[in-house]
Design a protein. Structure first.
Ligand SMILES: [Fe+2]
Length: 259
């Protein structure tokens, strides 16, 4: 095999996001000859968090690895699944002792691929250093898997950019999630790492990052706190398509944005 083709989907938001994955993923996989599907599922249940049932639903649509982020603990029933299902990840730089794992190795056509989930620290809750956590995992997995894919769930573009340069030449790809807005800076860095600051969101198009726009506007206008609701209507799938050589170097990164 000359290359592995990987599809990474941006944060799946609520039912709108889940349903477009259900309706469109198999077509995308066939059309692009995708070998591995990774998706961020941390907003998949009611717009914030993920439940065991929802994680099973996403796996059933053909997603191989689910990454998450800051809303992972919202529904307690996910904890038992995190400890049992190695393809469901929480950020690796959560404190030692946290349930679940932040990386896994999956085999694609007998080829080992390591997926790592990290979370940023700028404008987010204080956790361990994602840079040093990457070093630690890299030391452990580099002899086992030469393809390493990272979902860096972070708010600040500066932290994401810095992390991209930090892992260049060691990881095959680093993509950002969490802001739900796709950026247009996809590139292959000099060391062979594919990079994009944020791959965007999979959810309702006419929304405020996947949530009902009227409620969101009201919150901004009146300084009130309307409970957020997942927006309905036409949905969009945002993500990236990666082509990674068997030497672990990225050959291609292409943005996906379709409804
Ligand atoms: Fe998030």
């Amino acid at each position: 095999m000359n290359a592995i083709r990987i599809l990474a989907l941006g944060d799946i938001v609520g039912r709108s996001g889940r349903h477009i994955v259900r309706d469109r993923l198999s077509h995308l996989v066939t059309m692009h000859s995708v070998d591995l599907v990774i998706a961020n599922g941390e907003n998949a249940a009611h717009g914030r968090g993920i439940t065991k049932e929802v994680a099973k639903e996403l796996f059933s649509y053909g997603i191989h690895v689910i990454t998450t982020g800051n809303h992972i603990w919202r529904f307690k029933d996910i904890i038992s699944m995190l400890t049992l299902e190695e393809r469901l990840l929480r950020p690796a730089n959560f404190p030692p002792g946290s349930e679940g794992s932040g990386h896994c190795i999956v085999r694609v056509k007998d080829f080992p691929i390591c997926v790592i989930n990290l979370q940023g620290r700028i404008y987010m809750r204080a956790i361990d250093c994602p840079f040093r956590k990457f070093d630690e995992i890299y030391e452990r997995v580099q002899s086992e898997a030469c393809i390493i894919i990272i979902d860096f769930h972070a708010e600040a573009t500066s932290e994401k950019k810095a992390m991209g340069w930090y892992v260049d030449g060691r990881a095959s790809a680093l993509f950002g999630t969490h802001t739900h807005v796709q950026t247009a800076d996809e590139t292959i860095l000099p060391g062979g790492t594919a990079y994009i600051t944020d791959i965007g969101m999979t959810g309702a198009q006419d929304s405020v990052i996947g949530m009902d726009k009227e409620k969101s506007i009201k919150n901004f206008l009146l300084h009130s706190y309307e409970s957020h609701e997942v927006a309905q209507g036409l949905a969009t799938i945002c993500g990236i398509l990666l082509e990674i050589g068997c030497d672990g170097k990225a050959k291609k990164i292409e943005r996906i944005n379709c409804s």
